[in-house]
Design a binder for this molecule. Structure first.
Ligand code: ZN
Length: 290
């Protein structure tokens, strides 16, 4: 009886840490944003948890004007950091920790307005490839333009970052061989969102997975704009989604799927998630409304 009980206990204890050990730790950073981060962070958290791959912590910075010197999350404890942050600069120490984390192999996921953050931090702009607003101009780097199937830097002077009217739009797959986009259809509909255009930045090693046409009829610039991107930074992997302005956009199944896959890829370099049956078709939006 005693042996049996011990065996059961060993089995139970053995089973729990084994399952937990498979999950990687993710950290979502929010706290300042010109977007409704209090509403969107729970989506970002839940989507990561739903993969079964991550346990998720949320780190909320001091509010605007608060003591940013005291803000120093332990990035290195995590497999990925998700930025839902567009606010004041961090301390030099925290910036240094963050650069060391990504350079050393940490995963980074940049969501929508997080690419507006830190316009004057060179390493951050190298990590995200392109960004918008915050006073970004030609001094921040080129626009990236799709010309005859290739991404070409364009140093035309002008501001970085713009969008037309919010609307549902068609996404175009540009690389179906990447783990994040493997198996995705060539085109699909994305639910109502902003369509960022004219982002600019160093654009170094930027690899575009999917775009959307920024239609002048909705106030766009007439270009195919990069909206899902990946890039290396040191040993780290960065997934950058310009999608996700607010809840309706984050409920769009393509946002969910590419975010979940992008997070796994940033953490491990692989994607094990299957494409769900409710992925949007080329002419119909698909949303998961909680
Ligand atoms: Zn927005």
């Amino acid at each position: 009886m005693q042996i049996r009980r011990r065996t059961l206990l060993t089995m139970m204890l053995g089973a729990v840490p084994a399952t937990a050990a498979k999950k990687r730790r993710a950290l979502i950073i929010d706290g300042q944003n010109n977007h409704d981060w209090k509403t969107t962070t729970p989506y970002l958290k839940r989507y990561l948890e739903e993969t079964g791959l991550f346990t998720v912590d949320v780190s909320t910075t001091p509010a605007k004007g608060g003591d940013m010197e005291a803000y120093r999350p332990k990035f290195k404890d995590y497999a990925i950091v998700v930025l839902n942050y567009n606010g004041e600069d961090w301390s030099k120490e925290t910036e240094k920790d963050f650069v060391g984390y990504v350079k050393g192999g940490g995963g980074l996921v940049v969501v929508h307005a997080a690419n507006n953050a830190f316009p004057t931090w060179p390493a951050f702009n190298e990590m995200i490839g392109v960004g918008g607003w915050g006073g970004r101009t030609e001094k921040s780097g080129p626009y990236m333009r799709l010309r005859e199937g290739k991404w070409v830097p364009d140093m035309t002077p002008g501001r970085g970052g713009h969008h037309g009217k919010q609307h549902a739009y068609k996404m175009l797959l540009r690389d179906g061989a990447h783990p994040i986009t493997s198996g995705l259809p060539k085109e699909w509909m994305h639910a109502q969102d902003e369509l960022y255009d004219n982002l600019r930045g160093p654009g170094k090693n930027l690899h575009v997975l999917a775009t959307a046409f920024s239609d002048p009829s909705t106030g766009g610039n007439g270009e195919h704009e990069p909206l899902l991107m990946v890039l290396p930074y040191g040993k780290g992997r960065v997934f950058h989604t310009a999608l996700g302005h607010a809840a309706p956009a984050m409920q769009s199944v393509d946002f969910i799927v590419t975010y979940q896959r992008g997070a796994e890829w940033a953490a491990t370099g692989k994607v094990t998630q299957k494409l769900p049956a409710d992925f949007p078709s080329p002419d119909k939006v698909s949303q998961r409304v909680p």
